[in-house]
Each structure stands twice: as C-alpha cells, then as structure tokens.
Design a protein around this ligand. Structure first.
Ligand SMILES: Cc1ncc(COP(=O)(O)O)c(C=O)c1O
Length: 464
C-alpha cells in the first residue's frame, strides 16, 4: 500500500466512481461532487466551485460547517482523548451529553444508549423493547411482532429494513426480513377518497385500532416517525394522528418507539417532534423510546442515541447470573469526540439557536416557499420548521405523480446544481432542509433558485 499522497483531481474523479461505493447510488451513472472544504452553509468542490447546501448534508448539519464552538470543542477533546470504549469505561463528555439529553427529554426518558448511526439507535430500541417483554413481570414471550406505518423508513440494517415499508428499498430482501404488522401511511396530501384531513385522521386511527384489537397481545412495540415520514417522501401526518396513535398504544398497553432520527434535534422547530402534538406534556403518552441521530453532533461526527424510560431500564437490572443484561453494543458507542461535538450542539441550542429564536426564520422560510405553490407541476409544498418538501405531480387535480423513470426531481436538481445549489431528489419529491443557521439571503437564494429550476423543467415538459 502506498503512503497517503495528494491525488490529482482527475484521479480523484476516476477513483470516486470506481473504488468508492456511494450510498443509494447507481454507480454506473454516478457523477457526484467531490468536496474540498466547507464553511457555513456553503460547500467548495475540488475545482473551486461553490454550492449552497440545501440538504444539511443529508439532514444532519444543524449550524453549518466550521462552527467555531463545535470545532473548538472537538479540538479540545482531541487534546485529552479521541476514543475510549463504552464497555466498562466512560468519559466526562459522554456522561454529560447523556445527562443533558435525559434532562431535556420528557417524562421518564432518563436513560441513554449511544450508538453510531440512526439505524443502530432504532435497532437498540427494538431489541430493548423485545427483551423488556421477556424480563418484565409477568413475562410476555408471545410478543414477537412490531407494528409499523405504511411507507415507513427506519434505516438500512436487516432489523430496521424489516420495520420499514418503502418497497423499492425493501422488497428484494423480503426473505431475510421478519414479519411486521403494517398499517396505512397517514398522509395529509393524498387523503383517502372523499375525506377531509379531520375525517382522514379518524379513519387512519380507526385502521390502527383494528390492528391493535387483532395484534396487541403479540406486539412488542409500535414504531413511528413522528409528524413527517421523511424517506417516504416527506409525507405529513394529519394533525392529531400522532397523539391518537400514542393514546391507542396506552389503551392497549403497548410500548411505542418514536424514531426522531430525522425529525428530532430541533429540525421541525421543536427539539422533539412529538412536542407538536403536546405529547411531551402528558406523561402517560410520552414514548418509551426516542431515537436521535443525524443532528446530534451538528452533522460533524457519527453518533446516535436511544433514550429509554426508567420502566424499561428497571427491567434490565439484576445480578449478572440472571442474564438480564442488554448484550448489545457498538465499538464507537459514546465516542468522546462525538460527545464533545454533541455538548457544543446543546450549548448552541441554549445560546444562539433556541426554538423561540428560530421562529422568525421558519416563518420567513414559509414565505419564501409560497411562490412554488403556483407552479403547474407542483402538487404540494409541505413544511414543518426547517424541514420542507416540494411534491411534483403530472396533474394537480388528480395528484397523479410523475413516473419513476421520468426523474423530474433529478432534472430539477441538475438545473439547481448549475446555479450553485445542492438539493437531492427523493422520488417525485425534493426535500429542502437547510441548516438551521442559514441566513435569510441564502434561504431566499435557495428557494428562488428552486422556483426558477422548476419553471425551466416545467417549460421543457410543455415543449416536449
Ligand atoms: C427516520 C429515520 N430513521 C432512521 C434512519 C437511519 O439513520 P442512519 O442513516 O444514520 O442509519 C434515517 C435516515 O435517514 C431516518 O430518516
């Protein structure tokens, strides 16, 4: 093996397409950016071109790049220790981050298990829930199933793919997956025929009630991404759905897992997305698990967390010989560098980026998105906090989506790239998740460029 050397830009481009296997990418067509540096919300590639990142590095970068507070927290941590194992050891930064998350979390969510990525945090919640029922008094070993939402996405490991419901990511692997009880995808844009959002909410809940009546006794937990199912296409749940589902879980004595990997950490304008439905104020409805990831380190380092309740924690306590231990862990779980970044993120939320201070920006974002609604191929513009998506349709009246192969969003994103804007398509949807720190001018540039690019593709469609 050769020592590290400076590769030419041509070599980098060639190797990036042949040696690096990029996530969710068709490598035979791959032609991605290679980023050399970044500052604030702007990325600079190896040729010196600058791009405004409207995706927050796939929904995780909260306060931009080269944030002085996060940079110095990591540097300071480096001068102490980069990593210690989480098995039989700990570190002040990790302990403090756990304590701060537990402090912020509602209800009895006072215990934190650290992993490295979102899927692992969800798997931890699922395994803890499964083991809980085997160790509680009286044990309920017949509980083997999870209930999940239609079109859910919870990660790419076999366990999380099992509970996910996006068929293009999942169907190939079906022989490897475990059986899941799946309800409909609560959708406030493509409503069930003839229903308004209130009726739709009641209908969705009645479908879940039927599932619980049938399966509650064999169910480990209900897993749900609160408010918006991101990877499903930023599908928003009708108001009242999440609260209604939480109430059903309690009525039927079930555990519930809130997967806040994408929607947590302030992304939706509340620290936890469950707050939108007042669930944090009702101890009886607070989930048994909240999974956090992505923004936990401000988009700097790989870290996720599974917050769990004292009720769960207690069931795992006992003597070594009782085998109540949670035999699960990841090499880098609780990594001190990531925890130092996490603590800096918590400081930033306390000082510059409180949810109250974010409100005017969220309102401005809403105003900037408004013109998009007038475009013929835009079926819906949805927004919750600093998380928005544009849904493209062939026909606004019927909401008929474009065909998969028409790649409308990809064509729009290509136009955006020419304008120096980085957004990534998701089927017929373009998600817009700028860093919470984005300036008003950049927010205006981002949404105006999107408007212009949609218009260009729309006109191209009319001409063809
Ligand atoms: C809701 C949700 N859960 C879990 C995950 C998996 O997170 P990761 O990619 O960090 O494994 C994601 C990733 O996008 C997600 O959106």
């Amino acid at each position: 093996m050769e020592p590290t050397k400076k590769l030419s830009n041509d070599d980098l481009r060639k190797l990036d397409k042949t040696v690096v296997w990029h996530a969710f990418s068709q490598m035979s067509e791959y032609d991605g950016l290679i980023i050399d540096s970044a500052s604030g919300c702007w990325l600079t590639d190896i040729d010196g071109n600058r791009y405004l990142d409207g995706t927050s590095a796939l929904w995780c970068n909260l306060f931009g790049h080269q944030v002085p507070e996060i940079d110095s927290a990591i540097r300071n941590q480096l001068s102490h220790v980069a990593h210690v194992t989480n098995l039989g050891m700990s570190h002040p930064a990790t302990i403090q981050l756990a304590e701060r998350l537990a402090d912020l979390a509602p209800g009895e969510l006072k215990h934190v298990f650290f992993s490295g990525d979102g899927a692992s945090a969800v798997e931890v919640a699922m395994k803890l829930a499964f083991q809980f029922w085997r160790q509680c008094d009286p044990p309920a070993p017949q509980r083997t199933k999870f209930i999940a939402l239609g079109d859910a996405y919870h990660g790419d490991t076999i366990g999380t793919v099992s509970v996910s419901g996006v068929s293009r990511f999942q169907s190939l692997f079906s022989p490897l997956l475990f059986e899941v009880v799946r309800g409909p995808c609560p959708d406030s844009f493509r409503l069930p025929v003839g229903m308004d959002p209130t009726q739709a909410c009641q209908w969705y809940l009645s479908e879940y009630r039927k599932l619980l009546e049938q399966h509650a006794d064999e169910t480990v937990a209900v897993i749900v991404e609160p408010m918006i199912q991101g990877a499903a296409g930023f599908v928003t749940q009708p108001r009242g759905f999440l609260r209604g589902l939480a109430e059903l879980c309690r009525e039927f004595g079930l555990l519930w897992i809130a997967d806040e990997i994408a929607v947590g950490m302030g992304r939706t304008g509340r620290f936890f997305a469950i707050e939108h439905e007042g669930i944090h104020n009702d101890p009886s409805l607070v989930p048994d698990f909240i999974c956090l990831g992505k923004g936990l380190t401000g988009g700097y380092l790989a870290m996720s967390a599974t917050l769990c309740s004292t009720r769960i924690w207690n069931v795992f306590l006992g003597s070594h010989a009782e085998l109540k231990t949670f035999f699960h862990g990841h090499t880098y779980g609780g990594n001190p560098l990531a925890a130092a970044a996490g603590n800096a993120v918590m400081d930033l939320f306390q000082s510059q980026y409180s949810m109250e201070k974010l409100l005017p920006k969220i309102e401005y974002f809403q105003r900037c998105l408004e013109p998009l609604k007038g475009l013929a191929i835009v079926g819906d513009v949805r927004q919750l906090g600093m998380m928005a998506a544009v849904d493209f349709v062939k026909d606004r009246a019927t909401k008929e989506p474009f065909g998969w192969n028409e790649r409308i969003s990809a064509r729009i994103c290509k136009r955006l790239l020419e304008k120096g804007i980085w957004l990534r398509p998701l089927g017929n949807v373009i998600p817009i998740l700028p860093p919470l720190s984005i300036s008003g001018d950049d927010l205006e540039l981002l949404t105006r460029s999107l408007f212009e690019s949609v218009l260009e593709v729309q006109e191209e469609l009319i001409r063809s």
